[in-house]
Each structure stands twice: as C-alpha cells, then as structure tokens.
Design a protein around this ligand. Structure first.
Ligand code: EPU
Length: 431
C-alpha cells in the first residue's frame, strides 16, 4: 500500500507554484468535443482526474497529443462514439460534462452515472431539467444517462431556472446551449471561477456566452465552434489548501500563479485567525508565527467560503484557541474526516451539518485515511502541524486533485515522503 508519511513540526519556508484548476480542466477538456478543429489547452494540471477524462475522450475517438507537461492538443474531428464506457465514466464525477458536450455537438449521448467523492446524495436532477428545457429527452437506465435531442438532432434554446445553485448543472447547460438553436437563459446560476473559465474557453472558440460569473447567464447558440488556444486558470482550492497548510505548520510561503481575488473568502478567514496574508499581483504571501485564533465558517456557493476548503480549514482549527463552529452549507455528508482527526487528538462534535471544534494544544501523529480528496488534504495539513509521525493511506483520492503534493510541500521544508507498506500493516482499511 502506498501512503504519505509526515513527520510534523517543520515550519514551511519558500515558494509554491499553483497548477491549473481541476474543476475547470475537467469541464474544458470535454468542451473540446464541441469544437470543429484543434484546441490547444494550456496549464492543465497533472492529476488522475485529468488523465481519466483525456482517456475517455480518446476512447470516443479524439486525437489527444501531449505538447508539453501542461499542454495538450485535442482534435475531435473524428469522434466515432457517443457512448462512454461504464468502466471509465463511472470513476469520475465530471463525466457528466460529457452529456452536455456530446448532446450539444452530436444530438445524443450515453454516459454512465458519475462517480467521484462520496459527499452524501449527489443528484443530477438540475442537469436533466436543463437539457429537457432545451428539448432533449433524458432517461437514466442501466446505470447510464441516455440523452437525445428531439429537434432534428439539435438542442433548442430554453429558459432554465435552477432550483438549487449547482456548479455542475450551470456548466453542463452552458455546454449544451453553446451549439443550440437560439438563446438559452440560466437563472440562479452558480458563479464559481471555473464557470467563468469555461465560458471564456467556449467564447474564445466562437461561442456567445454572456453573464458568466453572475446569476443570470445568456447563451446564444453558435452554428459551430472553431479551434484555438486557451490557458486554464490557477486552482483556487489548491492555492487555498497551501495557504491553510502554512497557517497550520507556521512559517512564510509565497504562493505563486494565483488569482488573489478568487482567494478573498479564504484570505478573510485566515486574517481573522491571526495569519498574515499579503496579496501581490499573481501571488499571495502567507505568514504565521503567533497562535491561531478560533473562527466560524459557513460554506456557501462562490463568493462564499468554498465547501472544498471545509475539511482543510477544519484541520487547522483543531489547534486554534477557543471554540470554532463550522456549518456545511452545500453537501449532506462532508464530515467523514472528523473521525480521522479524532485519532490525532482533535476534539470535534458533529451534529448534522454543524461541527463544533474545541481547540487543543497540539495534535499527535497517527495512521489516518484520506476518506475523499479534500479530506485527504486535511489529513496532510493535520500531519504537518502534529507532533510525531502521521501516515495517510488511500492517497489515490488526493492524487485525483493535487499535482505533486508531496514534492511541493517537501520543497518548502515539510518532512513528507511517499512510502510503501504491506497491505495487512494498515490499521485503517475500509470496512
Ligand atoms: N444538486 C442537486 N441537484 C443537481 C445538482 C446538484 O440537488 O442536479 C445539489 C447537490 O446535491 C449539492 C449542491 O446542489 O447539495 C451543489 O452541487 P453542485 O452541483 O454545485 O456540485 P458538483 O457540480 O457536483 C462541483 C465540484 C465539487 C464541489 C461542488 C460545489 C466538480 C467536478 N466538482 O461538484 O468539487 O464541491 O461543485 O462547489 O467540479 C472537489 O473538488 O473536491 C469537489 C467535490
């Protein structure tokens, strides 16, 4: 079994370069299916979710060529298939973007129900409602989402009011609408940075999308999208994770290749907790030398505090002075990491969507599990601050979304390494 081994207590000093945004990349790569010509996509993060989505495109018949470590050329002129294999498609949450992209370009799609982190119920009713409003017939059967256009193989513009602010539904409807016949309006749309990034990508290839980043998005369907070059934005959550890691471990780190505006919600909380954060043009300098203060956190859609940072900030609040309260406002079940932090001496009570954290003097190293992607990042952060050795298993979850996490942390002085242990050695096997 491959694990991360962390000996806590080192302060972090130096610079960390942030990679391209996972949640933008996993939508923009499927969007290349809609383009008539070659798309060059730059600043792609090297993470397993991206590898998987590129493999799915290849299975469908796309020609994917690696230009360099962070750039690929994708040519979807010869797509043979509109059906995504169960084996690949069910492993990843973002496979649902293939529905919008294939339906928009070819008029039908068969895509497995998505996988991804277990965060409680993850319905896709708002995606389906959106496609239905654009004239598609959508059925879920045999584990597949089966979607067809009823109007001569082309979606028609429609009016969609989202009952819940959904990132995935907003982006999926935007994909389908980009090549629909006429105008689509999405109301109560999500406003995350990756929504603006997907709109910018599609617009740079000839789409007509206005209002992305506000709660009303208007999309006038184009006849075709043409090839071009696009660079993905930096990852807000990866940057936030390292900001919080510095808060937990102490030290001073310049976090580079970020859009500081996207980090405002995280910066504000860290300042409240007594951490110094200095915004620069495309970087933030994070410094912590004194004790950490308690804080209350409520996760919300952007520009609120991101749910994808909840477990990482939870880990750092374990050693803050006083009582902190976290309220999860997006997912039903995002506290599975709490049991793991308790193994390290954290004092946390959870009641439904609320977690109450009593700050303790210090955490102690322990064997723990990465229950999901962000929970795994939280374990690493807790391990950096703890006294003694922490071993994190199930790290494949972490590798889905963080490029070179071990190398990036080791380069700023963390004592972290990848180790191999016999399987039976693990005390934290999934039951
Ligand atoms: N929801 C519905 N119906 C739908 C869609 C969503 O009820 O049709 C609900 C969900 O159950 C949830 C809320 O709406 O309670 C928000 O879900 P959303 O659709 O916004 O989430 P998502 O698109 O499935 C993306 C990210 C998640 C991130 C959320 C919220 C990707 C691939 N995933 O998921 O990222 O937590 O937005 O910001 O973009 C992660 O990166 O670790 C991660 C889980």
């Amino acid at each position: 079994m491959t694990k991360y081994q962390i000996r806590g207590g080192n302060r972090l000093h130096g610079e960390i370069e942030i990679s391209g945004a996972k949640n933008a990349a996993v939508a923009i790569i499927p969007a290349a299916l809609m383009v008539d010509g070659v798309c060059r996509i730059e600043n792609i993060p090297q993470i397993s979710d991206v590898t998987l989505i590129l493999q799915i495109l290849q299975e469908l018949g796309a020609d994917v060529r690696t230009v360099n470590r962070t750039t690929v050329d994708i040519d979807c002129s010869h797509i043979r298939n509109r059906k995504v294999s169960m084996e690949q498609g069910s492993k990843i949450r973002a496979s649902y973007y293939l529905v919008g992209a294939l339906l928009g370009r070819f008029g039908w799609a068969e895509v497995p129900m998505p996988g991804g982190c277990d965060l409680g119920g993850r319905p896709i009713d708002q995606h389906i409602k959106g496609f239905a409003a654009m004239g598609a017939q959508v059925e879920v059967r045999n584990g597949y989402i089966d979607a067809k256009c009823t109007n001569a193989g082309r979606l028609t513009g429609g009016q969609v009011y989202l009952d819940i602010v959904s990132v995935g539904a907003t982006m999926n409807i935007m994909l389908g609408a980009a090549l629909a016949d006429g105008m689509t309006v999405i109301e109560n749309a999500a406003k995350e940075p990756h929504i603006v990034d997907l709109a910018n990508f599609l617009n740079s290839m000839g789409a007509d999308i206005r209002g992305a980043g506000t709660d009303v998005i208007k999309i006038r369907g184009a006849e075709r999208l043409h090839g071009g070059t696009y660079s993905i934005i930096p990852d807000q959550i990866e940057a936030g994770t390292y900001m919080v890691a510095v808060a937990a471990a102490g030290g001073e780190v310049l976090i580079k290749n970020v859009i500081p505006k996207h980090l405002d919600c995280i910066t504000a909380k860290l300042l409240e907790m007594g951490v110094d954060v200095e915004e620069q043009d495309e970087a933030v300098l994070v410094r912590r030398s004194g004790p950490l203060n308690r804080a209350n956190i409520k996760t919300m859609p952007y520009p609120g505090f991101p749910t994808d940072m909840q477990s990482q900030i939870g880990a750092v609040l374990c050693t803050a002075r006083g009582t902190s309260i976290i309220t999860e406002g997006v997912w039903d079940n995002r506290y599975r990491y709490v049991d793991e932090l308790r193994r390290m001496g954290a004092s946390i009570q959870v009641d439904g969507k609320v977690a109450v954290i009593e700050g303790v003097d210090h955490l102690t190293g322990a064997p723990v599990r990465a229950c999901d992607l962000r929970a795994g990042a939280a374990m690493v952060i807790a391990g950096l601050a703890a006294q003694g050795v922490t071993e994190v298993d199930s790290i494949h979850h972490i590798e889905r979304g963080y490029e070179n996490l071990v190398e990036k942390l080791a380069a700023v002085g963390a004592d972290i390494r990848i180790i191999e242990t016999p399987d039976e050695d693990s005390k934290t096997q999934v039951g």
